[in-house]
Ligand binder design. Structure first.
Ligand code: BGP
Length: 472
């Protein structure tokens, strides 16, 4: 009983939220570099404010982030100290192909990730690599329009080929796109899309989504060709959608919201557009252009496992209700739940429900690759951080996950907490929204030594891993 012996405990980060070094060693600019802090961020990430170069008067928090670029050895040593068995990281596309359409990759970028992978190996930490965590080179946006252009599939596959080949001896677990469904909610941050007045946004988003889905399937094929041991997963932002009441109208509404969310993983895991999606697109007057071979590509290259982020459940109602925040989705406020400092619902049991629903739907191994609490941490007078609120959040979620494995029989490969170290928030661009077991001395105004220190949760998580989830 309990978690399987080889259960993969660890933590997850994204290149643009931790690395910094945005123009070092030949790295090119990407959409993720150009999402400013402050009130403009909202419009930019949703594609309603064009931001294709850095402009004066704005702060771009990913430019330096927590400078993982120069601190990765120290950081991975700390992950090793916590006993990590897996570290989820992502590749900054523009370190490898600064513009995206070059013939040859940038050796300095490849060498950087190779050093990270070597460092992981030193501590027997397996890497789990996200090929694109929202990244899209700016040159590809300007010249081709980003993912709305089918050429993106080739550029992405070129990146994949280089990664699968170069890191063949280091990596077997890959994710094609982080939170692929985020393209519907944050199309610029998620896929480099922005809109002009009068454009049919839904048409553009679903066209881009179709290209990503085909690219993802082709990446699965390529990964298997290059190394038959490779295991490739999809990744989507999950969280069950509850009906606000047992009124049939509310139940129907929850079903519809859930379908919109599952659409991507349905295609990636089952290999075809579900009938509800075809009907819904038709109803919206959205007709993504597809090539004849796409059907077969999708059908023959489904993912090996299904991964997802879980921060909270959601709630849906057919009538208008109060809304709550949460992972770039707003939803109806659930009166039975507590809320985080940032207004996100806290629902550990929802994780068990979500795990059951997803496992039932796909019958493939699952991997929780993001889960955590963004909170304000205040160091005590001796500099220590007693983050019991974070420990409580994680303990309850791990308990729920354990019940899903032990009592419900869900096949779960692992759990990577978001994030093992404080980093820049994707949604708000803030530094003060902290998730880490490791504190980073970087403040909201950019000041600080960038020094790293262990929070109380560091020792707690270390013990969780040591006892394989027995001691919580
Ligand atoms: C997910 C992203 C992550 C991460 C997380 C927390 O959507 O995959 O990149 O940032 O959410 O969200 P936030 O940073 O907005 O608190």
């Amino acid at each position: 009983m309990g978690f399987p012996k080889d259960f993969l405990w660890g933590g997850a980060v994204a290149a643009n939220q931790c690395e910094g070094g945005y123009c070092e060693d030949g790295r090119g600019l990407a959409n993720v570099d150009l999402c400013p802090s402050g009130k403009e961020r909202h419009d930019v990430i949703r594609g309603h404010g064009k931001s294709l170069r850095m402009e004066e008067g704005y702060v771009y928090p990913s430019a330096e982030a927590i400078d993982f670029y120069h601190h990765f050895r120290e950081d991975i040593r700390l992950f090793g100290e916590m006993g990590f068995r897996v570290f989820r990281l992502s590749i900054a596309w523009t370190r490898i192909f600064p513009k995206g359409d070059e013939q040859e990759p940038n050796e300095a970028g490849l060498a950087f990730y190779e050093e990270i992978l070597k460092e992981c190996r030193k501590y027997q930490i397996q890497p789990l690599v996200t090929i694109s965590h929202f990244d899209c080179p700016v040159h590809l946006i300007e010249k081709y329009g980003g993912w709305k252009n089918r050429n993106m599939i080739d550029f992405y596959l070129k990146l994949c080929r280089v990664l699968f080949t170069r890191y063949r001896d280091y990596v077997v677990h890959w994710l094609t796109f982080n939170e692929i469904n985020m393209i519907l909610h944050a199309p610029f941050m998620g896929a480099g899309l922005y809109f002009s007045d009068g454009e049919n946004e839904e048409q553009i988003k679903y066209q881009a989504a179709h290209h990503e889905l085909v690219a993802s399937a082709l990446a699965v094929r390529l990964a298997h060709e290059i190394n038959p041991s490779n295991k490739v997963g999809c990744m989507f932002a999950a969280g069950s959608v509850y009906p606000y009441s047992c009124r049939p109208e509310d139940v129907m509404e929850a079903l519809l919201v859930e379908q919109e969310n599952y659409f991507f993983a349905d295609v990636q895991s089952r290999g075809y557009y579900p009938s509800y999606a075809r009907k819904r697109l038709e109803k919206m007057g959205v007709y993504p252009r597809m090539e004849r071979e796409d059907k077969e590509i999708l059908r023959e290259n489904t993912v090996d496992f299904v991964s997802f982020s879980y921060y909270n459940s959601r709630c849906a109602s057919a009538a208008t209700q109060d809304t709550a925040e949460g992972n770039l989705f707003r939803s109806v406020k659930n009166p039975y739940l507590q809320y985080s400092d940032w207004g996100w619902p806290i629902d550990p049991l929802g994780l068990r429900i979500t795990l059951n629903q997803i496992y039932d739907r796909y019958q493939k191994p699952l991997f929780i690759v993001e889960n955590g609490l963004g909170a304000l941490d205040t160091p005590g007078s001796d500099g220590t951080i007693e983050d019991d609120y974070r420990i409580d959040y994680l303990r309850e979620h791990i308990r729920a996950m354990k019940a899903a494995v032990e009592e419900d029989g869900v096949d779960l490969m692992g759990y990577t907490a978001w994030a093992p170290i404080d980093l820049i928030s994707a949604g708000t661009g803030e530094m003060k929204k902290r998730y880490g077991f490791i504190y980073v001395d970087k403040q909201e105004d950019g000041s600080g030594t960038l020094g790293r220190s262990r929070k109380k949760s560091f020792y707690w998580y270390q013990r969780v891993i040591e006892t394989n989830g027995e001691e919580l």
